[in-house]
Design a protein around this ligand. Sequence first.
Ligand SMILES: Nc1nc2c(ncn2[C@@H]2O[C@H](COP(=O)(O)OP(=O)(O)O)[C@@H](O)[C@H]2O)c(=O)[nH]1
Ligand SMILES: Nc1ncnc2c1ncn2[C@@H]1O[C@H](COP(=O)(O)OP(=O)(O)O)[C@@H](O)[C@H]1O
Length: 223
Amino acid sequence: MAGPRPVVLSGPSGAGKSTLLKRLLKEYEGVFGFSVSHTTRNPRPGEVNGKGLKYLPILLEATTLLPLADVLSSARDYHYVTREAMQKAIDSGEFIENAEFSGNIYGTSKASVQDVQAKNLICILDIDMQGVKNIKKTDLNPIYVSIQPPSMEILEKRLRDRQTETEQSLQKRLEAARIDMEISKESGLFDVVIINDDLEEAYGKLKGVLIEEINKVQDAQKS
Ligand SMILES: Nc1nc2c(ncn2[C@@H]2O[C@H](COP(=O)(O)OP(=O)(O)O)[C@@H](O)[C@H]2O)c(=O)[nH]1
Ligand SMILES: Nc1ncnc2c1ncn2[C@@H]1O[C@H](COP(=O)(O)OP(=O)(O)O)[C@@H](O)[C@H]1O
């Protein structure tokens, strides 16, 4: 069997990608695998280098500042690297795509996708708009899903309430969000655009888009 189609999730920072993704990975454990990107940005409280989330020691400190639910929903996995190491790896061809976002480099390594595909899981990539455009030039052939906020105002409120950004990085994310929202409306870059207003509804739509691929993987695992 040819492996399952990967899924690209994109959309403005704060639109709810990580929140939706975590639900999906939890509900369909053993069906999806997350492509762990590399980044030069600093880890947030609750985020641990490379290997899933290891909450405790960091979280105990963080909870004095942040509501627990917010820490959990905004944390995601990355390999945290220096700019120098990242640039070196990019130059030696280790990345499928990479982009500069809000003053940091982010990238999908070939190994991160191969690791997931080797297990015959649906590989999920959470990448920005530049990443989407660059993935289009590859033979990965994913399903492209854009997650969008209901409005700029709501996006700004969610990002502020998340309490992960400095004012400067928040402004950079809002600027990138304006561009992202315009492009995703106009072009045929995405197979589907989901507005994340009510979380349950958005999650239901996301599952609906992916159900065919989910069924294929589950059927293959049964046989
Ligand atoms: N092109 C590209 N973008 C990425 C990658 N990993 C994460 N991003 C994007 O980088 C942006 C910032 O991510 P992050 O720092 O985790 O902040 P957040 O989106 O505010 O939670 C988001 O739009 C992500 O989708 C990657 O490997 N490649
Ligand atoms: N439908 C929703 N309604 C209200 N708040 C939401 C919703 N979806 C996500 N959030 C909150 O908005 C913030 C940004 O979501 P997050 O998943 O971190 O976004 P992204 O991964 O796209 O940057 C988080 O604090 C999250 O709890």
